[in-house]
Design a protein around this ligand. Structure first.
Ligand code: GLY
Ligand code: MN
Ligand code: MN
Length: 439
């Protein structure tokens, strides 16, 4: 079990940011895969961040305006031997009380009768409408009943706000504990990429390589892959979310692997490497790889406090476009190519995203026209790429692409921490120099 003081610190900050609002944060529910089988349980990251409680269906109440000893309430599935025989251990209310620092624990089925009482004294309710359809009717009905009584009681929660801005501002800025966990997830993920490069060979199915990577994650104590691992050889690499991973890797192909592990407490790595299956780049593959690598290194260098995610993206774009002009795959001036997005048949995604408890982690990138400054403690990915196929038409005014370039997809992705000094690459154990990618 994780160190409880971590969650306690977060709740203290959350309470102070909530003012006199009551926050209602639900756990995730199990999702049916088919028939009687569920997907493996994945906790709601907001709920996990505040509670460290890893069971489905629970509901957490945060009530900063209530007396001490009545502020942090968990409603949980009760102990039930029949259900536990089929689906495993539950803490139940007593277990939660003695192990999770809650003020009060109730069985989940008592939420409808108790919610109204706990909302008494709240100035408003912080609950995310539109995401928790199983709870929404109960919460709206209870709120409405409070409003009905307003003429007599004189007090009721008057407004509903989304808790996301408060919580996601907190989650965007990682403390030392979180940074250590992401560092570990990135390290295990990077080691799996190193292993994959040694293991791959022509004639191997992409799935065999996927199995080796994911076995490494599990052997190292991770929960498993953080997202559907992408093992995409040849032209498959030009499909950005290719996850079928069921082609034979051919002599002469590159293979793009986008894979990262998720730890037991849900911190994630997210790394992409691309290398020649037979250990030798062709001339075209090497030319494109060097462009992507130069772009990625420049983009990583642009990560520092005071910069922003848009600067990082624009830096990557400039280097990519410069390189593509040099080899004749784009024509024109860099700035006008950017302005008209006439690179978009070759590079169609952004250069990165926040990384944390979610792989595409929460937190704003911009507030209207203002791009949020990078600050020490923020973690993001830097992942430029080039993808050459016939799937998209060539942008207006740009040259047709020779056959020799087609079917090449390259992405290089690292996990980076904004530090006081500038930037730390958390996934640096995964090699990426040309010399290291060849035998
Ligand atoms: N693996 C998903 C991404 O790179 O964003
Ligand atoms: Mn990513
Ligand atoms: Mn990725």
């Amino acid at each position: 079990m994780a160190d409880l003081s971590v969650f306690c610190r977060r709740r203290d900050k959350f309470f102070s940011d909530l003012g006199d609002y009551a926050a209602i944060i639900p756990a995730a529910q199990l999702v049916t895969h088919h028939a009687d089988c569920d997907y493996p349980f994945r906790q709601n990251s907001d709920f996990w961040y505040l509670t460290g409680f890893d069971e489905p269906n629970a509901v957490a109440l945060f009530l900063p305006y209530r007396p001490i000893g009545e502020r942090y309430i968990l409603f949980v599935l009760p102990k039930e031997s029949g259900a536990e025989v089929w689906n495993g251990f539950r803490w139940g209310t007593k277990g939660v009380l003695s192990n999770f620092d809650v003020d009060i624990a109730h069985p989940l089925n008592e939420l409808p009768k108790r919610l109204s009482h706990y909302l008494e004294g709240a100035e408003g309710i912080a609950f995310r409408i539109g995401k928790h359809s199983h709870l929404e009717p109960l919460i709206l009905r209870t709120w409405s009943e409070h409003l009905q009584k307003l003429p007599r009681s004189g007090l009721a929660p008057l407004s509903m706000i989304a808790p996301c801005p408060i919580l996601h501002n907190m989650r965007l800025r990682k403390d030392d504990f979180e940074i250590d966990r992401i560092r570990l997830a990135s390290k295990i993920s990077a080691e799996a990429h190193e292993l994959a490069r040694d293991y791959a060979c022509p004639g191997m199915n992409e799935r065999t390589l996927q199995a080796a990577i994911e076995k490494y994650f599990l052997d190292k104590g991770a929960r498993g892959p953080a997202y559907g691992s992408i093992v995409a050889s040849g032209d498959n690499a030009c499909v950005l979310h290719y996850v079928s991973n069921n082609s034979i890797m051919k002599n002469g192909d590159l293979v793009l692997i986008d894979a990262g592990c998720s730890l037991d407490d849900y911190y994630n790595g997210d790394i992409t490497r691309t290398f020649p299956v037979n250990g030798q780049f062709s001339g075209e593959q090497k030319a494109l790889y060097e462009i992507v690598l130069e772009s990625q290194l420049a983009a990583i260098k642009s990560v520092r406090p005071g910069s922003n995610a848009e600067d990082v993206h624009l830096t990557a774009l400039k280097y990519l476009i410069d390189g593509l002009i040099d080899i004749g795959l784009l024509v024109g001036e860099v700035d006008s190519i950017i302005e008209q997005q006439s690179y978009s048949h070759l590079y169609m995604h952004r250069t990165g995203h926040w990384l944390g408890l979610d792989v595409h982690d929460v937190g704003a990138y911009r507030l209207g026209d203002y791009h949020l400054n990078l600050e020490p403690g923020m973690v993001l990915t830097v992942e430029p790429g080039i993808y050459i196929s016939d799937r998209l038409p060539v942008s207006e005014g740009q040259p047709e692409i020779g056959e020799r370039w087609k079917g090449i997809g390259i992405r290089i992705e690292d996990d980076v921490l904004v530090s006081k000094e500038g930037v730390e690459v958390l996934s640096e154990r995964a090699a990426k120099k040309v010399i290291d990618m060849e035998d």
